[in-house]
Every structure is written in structure tokens, then in C-alpha cells.
Design a protein around this ligand. Structure first.
Ligand SMILES: Nc1ncnc2c1ncn2[C@@H]1O[C@H](COP(=O)(O)OP(=O)(O)OP(=O)(O)O)[C@@H](O)[C@H]1O
Ligand SMILES: [Mg+2]
Length: 341
């Protein structure tokens, strides 16, 4: 799709299903995207659309009963062997290669900080674990680096915090500790899954600034997951909009906001407040509901909620037939919708 020189991660036609006793949840249905070198790819969509599963698949951490049914994930591992492409889908979850890639080349900030910080180890021990493991430094050096990195993420009083346990920190401090942990091995790629959702807006703004700054300094590539389009506007260079396990539109951030194509993207944009809207104006909400995860919607997954499908007679029997192909409609702008085919 894109020039391979400029990307660090490529995901092609990824299908991930959860085979549960109640039925199969098709969490990802043919997801394709790539993360450009040194850039931020934002992934946005409503709750349950598959954002977290996408990122867990890249780390080979999809929990059972989830399986990658089909598709390919390749990562340009700068520090492995000949510095070439690694086929992540071919590596087992517990394989030594995957252990090396996780926490050395790809780091992740998980959606819930309290579940990913270990309550029985100090912040310093958890941050220095990655450097002790992957870079073979001794404990004293590990602690010194932990204080260093806590300072970088603007943690107040890092010399004290380094010896604290997670429960002794506030939510914002925990989030900073998580970011410090993820950055401790200076990864090639950082995956941040809703890293600021639990924070107040002031702390959120600080953390976003900080991540942008660190990204520019370290030249990292970032996959940034959020349901918040305002955060996407601030953070992302390119954006993938997800709906029900599919990417429905993918484009540079300006095109997503100013040259919107997919009806779902338009609907998402109409549901956020903007400067200049009248105080009495009601925000639009997207008609209908996300279908339950066990059902399979024929055709375009968004058609039952789509205004274009409702209003245009010629789309009947089209959008509800086969899934539309993803089509390039401009440089780096892709859309999966019959209106553009
Ligand atoms: N362990 C699991 N077992 C069964 N189904 C799962 C499991 N984890 C995720 N799913 C299903 O996969 C789909 C995608 O979930 P995912 O967590 O990726 O959503 P998300 O976009 O990250 O949502 P949110 O914004 O709420 O975090 C959902 O339908 C969810 O029910
Ligand atoms: Mg999630």
C-alpha cells in the first residue's frame, strides 16, 4: 500500500475472533493499516469497535479465547538481527523473540494503569525492570535511570516517588509512571491505549504535550488510541477511524477533519462540540446503536445507522449486500464506502 521505507508497522487484513461459549465475537474483520516512521497514527472509534484488540494483536497479547484467524502483522525491528522485517503473526505469544520485541522495541501504555502496574513492586523497580532485562545494566544504574525518566515525564519529586508503591500515587502520577515505564527502553514504537481517559483535562493536556515532546525528541512512532476526536486532532499525523472491527476511513489528520468522506466519520465529527456553536444547540448523536458483538451485520457494518443509506434509494441492496472494499480516493486517503466506488 505505502512505500515500505517509511513505515515501521504494517497490518494487513487482520481478523481476530473470540470464540466464547455464547458465540463468536468478530472483534476485527479485515483491518489493514500501517504506522509511519516517526509519526503518530491515531485510532478512533466508539467503545467496542476493536481499538484495544488491534493493539493487543500487535503485541501478541490477545487474551484467550481470542485468536488471530487471518492476516499478517509485520514490524521493522531495528535492533533485531539484520534489522529487517519481523512477521509478528508467525511468533508465538510466549516465544523468546516476542519477549524481546515487547518492552524493547514496542512498548505499550495500557488502558487501565492500576491493572498494569504491579501493586507489590515499587515504581522504580517496575521502571528499571525493562532496562535491567534488555540492556543488562546493574541495579544502581537501573534506579538512576528510573529517576531520570521520571524527571522527564515531569513527575513531582522523582527521588521519593521511585521508592513508592502504585497505591501511594494519584491517578495522574500513575499515568506518568506508566508512560515512564513504557519509555524506559526508548522503544521504536509506542502503543498508547487511551492513556489519558482517566485524567482531568488539565493533567490530560500536560500528558499529551509531554508525549508529543518525547516523540519529537526520541523520533518514536506512536499508535495512539482514543475515542476522543479532540485528542486525535491534537496528537495524530494520520488517523484510522474504526467501526465494528473495520477501518472505515484512513487519512492524514487534516483530511479527516476538513475533507471527511465516510458517513460514520461525519457523524462522529457532528457529535463533538465546536467553538462558535450556539449555546442552545443540541449536539447530534449517532442514530441507532452499535449492534451486539455476537451478531454479524451483512454488507457495510455502518449501514443500519447511516443517513446516506436511509435517504438514497440507489443504495438499497448495495450497502446491505457485500462489504465494500477499501478504496484510495487521494494520496494517503482511503475510505470503505459505496458512495466512493
Ligand atoms: N476477552 C474477551 N472475550 C470476549 N470478547 C472480547 C474480549 N475482549 C474484547 N472482546 C470483544 O471485542 C470487541 C472489541 O473490543 P475492544 O476492547 O477492542 O474495544 P475498544 O474499541 O477498545 O473499546 P473501548 O473504547 O471501550 O476500550 C468487543 O466487542 C468486545 O466485546
Ligand atoms: Mg479499549
Amino acid at each position: 500500500m505505502e512505500n515500505n521505507e517509511d513505515i515501521v508497522l504494517s497490518v494487513e487484513n487482520l481478523h481476530t475472533y473470540f470464540h466464547t461459549t455464547l458465540g463468536t465475537v468478530r472483534a476485527l474483520n479485515g483491518v489493514s493499516y500501517s504506522v509511519p516512521q516517526g509519526k503518530v497514527l491515531g485510532i478512533v472509534g466508539e467503545s467496542g469497535c476493536g481499538k484495544s484488540v488491534t493493539s493487543l494483536a500487535v503485541m501478541q497479547l490477545v487474551p484467550p479465547p481470542g485468536v488471530i484467524e487471518q492476516g499478517k502483522i509485520t514490524f521493522k525491528a531495528a535492533r533485531r538481527g539484520n534489522g529487517g522485517w519481523v512477521d509478528i503473526t508467525a511468533l508465538g505469544r510466549h516465544s523468546p523473540e516476542m519477549h524481546e520485541i515487547r518492552g524493547d522495541e514496542i512498548s505499550m501504555i495500557f488502558q487501565e494503569p492500576m491493572t498494569s502496574l504491579n501493586p507489590v513492586f515499587t515504581i522504580g523497580d517496575q521502571i528499571s525492570e525493562a532496562v535491567l532485562l534488555h540492556q543488562g545494566v546493574d541495579r544502581a544504574e537501573g534506579r538512576r535511570r528510573a529517576i531520570d525518566i521520571l524527571t522527564r515525564v515531569n513527575m513531582p519529586n522523582p527521588e521519593r516517588i521511585v521508592d513508592n508503591y502504585p497505591h501511594e500515587l494519584s491517578g495522574g502520577m500513575r499515568q506518568r509512571a506508566m508512560i515512564a515505564m513504557a519509555l524506559s527502553c526508548t522503544p521504536t514504537m509506542l502503543i498508547a491505549d487511551e492513556p489519558t481517559t482517566a485524567l482531568d483535562v488539565t493533567t490530560e493536556a500536560q500528558i499529551l504535550d509531554l508525549m508529543r515532546e518525547l516523540q519529537a525528541d526520541l523520533g518514536m512512532s506512536i499508535m495512539f488510541i482514543t475515542h476522543n476526536l479532540g485528542v486525535i486532532a491534537q496528537m495524530a499525523d494520520e488517523v484510522a477511524v474504526m467501526y465494528l472491527g473495520c477501518i472505515v476511513e484512513r487519512a492524514p489528520v487534516d483530511d479527516i477533519f476538513f475533507d471527511t468522506k465516510h458517513p460514520y466519520t461525519s457523524a462522529l465529527l457532528q457529535s463533538i462540540p465546536h467553538v462558535g456553536s450556539r449555546t442552545q444547540e443540541r449536539l447530534a448523536s449517532i442514530r441507532g446503536m452499535v449492534p451486539d458483538p455476537y451478531s454479524v451485520v451483512p454488507g457495510c457494518p455502518f449501514h443500519p445507522r447511516c443517513d446516506a443509506y436511509r435517504d438514497k434509494a440507489e443504495l438499497k441492496g448495495v450497502c446491505d449486500g457485500d462489504m465494500p472494499e477499501i478504496t484510495a480516493i487521494g494520496p494517503r486517503h482511503y475510505v470503505r464506502c459505496y458512495l466512493y466506488q
